[in-house]
Design a binder for this molecule. Structure first.
Ligand code: FES
Length: 110
């Protein structure tokens, strides 16, 4: 059975209306899996960190006022809550990770 991979962060590590890439902990550095944490109007979401189009980092993209993220490379658009593709060239939805907000800390489950 695979052990559950858990990442814990302080909420202030992800400023309001920004997105920051973190890694789930792993024994071996090359096995660390990235995850994108998004602070959208004070609510937190966790998505696959790399765009499903060309596998490039979404971290430098931007957040729209109506709850979408836009990939900085070729402009794919994804829904922050569901990870669904809204506009291409990406075709595959982003994986959504479970995230808990306990007031001060965020806990993300792989
Ligand atoms: S890598 Fe994101 S749209 Fe191409």
């Amino acid at each position: 059975m695979m052990k559950e991979n858990i990442l814990k962060l302080k909420k202030n590590e992800v400023p309001r209306n920004s997105m920051v890439e973190f890694y789930f902990p792993a024994q071996k550095p090359w096995e660390r899996k990235p995850v994108l944490i998004i602070n959208y109007k004070g609510n937190f979401f966790a998505l696959e960190a790399f765009c499903s189009h060309n596998g490039l980092s979404l971290e430098d993209g931007f957040i729209t006022d109506d709850g979408k993220i836009v990939c900085p490379w070729h402009g794919s658009v994804f829904d922050i809550k569901s990870g669904k593709v809204i506009d291409g060239p990406a075709k595959r939805d982003l994986k959504v990770y479970k995230i808990e907000d306990n007031g001060e800390e965020l806990i993300i489950y792989d």
